[in-house]
Write a protein that binds this ligand. Structure first.
Ligand SMILES: NC(=O)c1ccc[n+]([C@@H]2O[C@H](COP(=O)([O-])OP(=O)(O)OC[C@H]3O[C@@H](n4cnc5c(N)ncnc54)[C@H](OP(=O)(O)O)[C@@H]3O)[C@@H](O)[C@H]2O)c1
Length: 386
């Protein structure tokens, strides 16, 4: 069987960089096998455009084709698909059923992901394709009675990652701050849809919440959700992009901005202590500020390293402050059902901005917009089949 897919070619075969700054990422025709036992033929509906797509297409920090030892890779590890046919007539996946793709590609003996399907799992193909054969264990069938649309399921993928990360962070915080009322504590998050998902869970438990955002649209949206927005533009130089070197005058500006930012976060926190929990999926340039705003017995929680993964801290300071550093990756399958049900029951679903829903042919346009910070919301997606 043949189908169309967005294919990322190995850097050595990528060819010229286009005016959009992208190379070796194009629609091609690929061969698909018939689904075998334990596999399901699906029609992807929407693919969430996420950090690892950005990283892979920019080939930074690694060329994912090189890493996997392959010439061509079909990316796409999160989104909504429709079942066409299960390989062994598996009754869990009737034709037409909508499923969430859970990117738990290769898991350890306890069910925690080591390699992501459609990203760093060798030999795996993702959902940036008109049709795809996927392992059945990646598919979570969304109960139609929950009333979630394919776009909502796709956008909420970032929230479902946040569910797992947030719950580990919360358990860690509670392990030391026994009996504390969340209303007396602040949870802070750096920009991004995963942070937003975690902050909403914090808000629902009664924590005060705040988030740094880079645009007036996002700030408004965040404020409407009951999260205090801080504007990234008010702190010039504080959060440079990954790998950018700062000229000396910008360094001074950065120090001043960071000091003001720390004061502002402390001022928002109910007891002036800073944040009880910081959701930092950015790393790199924001790490020092993260540590400066983290309260004693605080939890630094991360599932991402958007702007840099080599970080330094002083162990003595973290130990004396009894601060817990939480690192998670993807989610656990047992967390998917409660997260999806919570979304349907409470409306914990990102608002869809139609301007960020890109047509199939516009994959490169979307990649370029995402990589340059040019999407409107935190939830861009590619429409593959309606
Ligand atoms: N390990 C996993 O399982 C997993 C799962 C999901 C996500 N992730 C990772 O987690 C990270 C966040 O993901 P996401 O989907 O929430 O967000 P995202 O779409 O990757 O990026 C969201 C936002 O981060 C903010 N940002 C970017 N560079 C920044 C910088 N230098 N300083 C401060 N803010 C910056 C921007 O917000 P503003 O423009 O509003 O400032 C940007 O819109 C990504 O690296 C992603 O790959 C990992």
């Amino acid at each position: 069987m043949k189908t169309e897919a967005w294919v990322l070619r190995h850097g050595k075969d990528a060819g010229e960089v286009g005016p959009d700054g992208i190379s070796g990422f194009d629609i091609e025709t690929i061969d698909l096998p018939e689904p075998g036992p334990g596999e399901v033929l699906v029609e992807p509906m929407y693919a969430a455009w996420e950090g690892n797509l950005g990283h892979a297409i920019e080939r930074r920090p690694i060329d994912i084709c090189e890493e996997r030892g392959e010439d061509r890779v079909v990316l796409g590890n999160s989104g909504a698909v429709r079942v066409l046919r299960a390989g062994d007539r598996d009754g869990r996946f009737p034709e037409g059923a909508m499923c969430l793709v859970v990117p738990a590609g290769e898991v350890d003996r306890y069910g925690y992901t080591e390699k992501v399907h459609g990203y760093d799992r060798p030999g795996s193909s993702g959902i940036l394709a008109r049709r795809m054969v996927l392992p059945a264990e990646l598919l979570y069938r969304v109960d139609p009675s929950l009333g979630l649309t394919a776009q909502q399921v796709t956008a909420a993928g970032r929230y479902f990652i946040a569910w797992n990360n947030w719950n580990v962070a919360l358990a860690c915080w509670r392990s030391q701050m026994v009996g504390e009322d969340p209303a007396d504590h602040l949870v802070f998050g750096w920009g991004g849809g995963v942070s937003q998902g975690g902050l909403l869970l914090a808000r629902d438990l009664g924590f005060r919440t705040a988030m740094l955002t880079g645009s007036a649209d996002r700030a408004r949206l965040v404020a409407d959700m009951g999260i205090t927005p801080l504007d990234r533009r008010d702190y010039p130089g504080m959060t440079p992009a990954a790998g950018s070197a700062l000229p000396p005058e910008a360094r001074k500006m950065r120090v001043d901005s960071e000091a003001r930012f720390v004061e502002d976060v402390r001022a928002i926190s109910p007891r002036g202590e800073g944040a009880a929990i910081v959701l930092d999926h950015i790393g790199g340039p924001v790490y020092v500020a993260t540590l400066k705003i983290l309260a004693r017995q605080g939890v630094l929680s991360t599932v991402g390293w958007k702007a840099g993964m080599r970080l330094t801290h002083l162990r003595a300071v973290e130990a004396i402050g009894r601060r817990i550093h939480v690192n998670t990756h993807v989610t656990h399958l047992r967390d998917v059902a409660p997260a999806v049900e919570y979304a349907a029951k409470t409306g914990w679903v990102p608002p869809i901005d139609e301007r960020d829903v890109y047509a199939w042919e516009d994959g490169r346009r979307l990649a370029a917009a995402y990589n340059s910070g040019g999407t409107y919301s935190y939830f861009p997606m590619l429409k593959i089949n309606d």
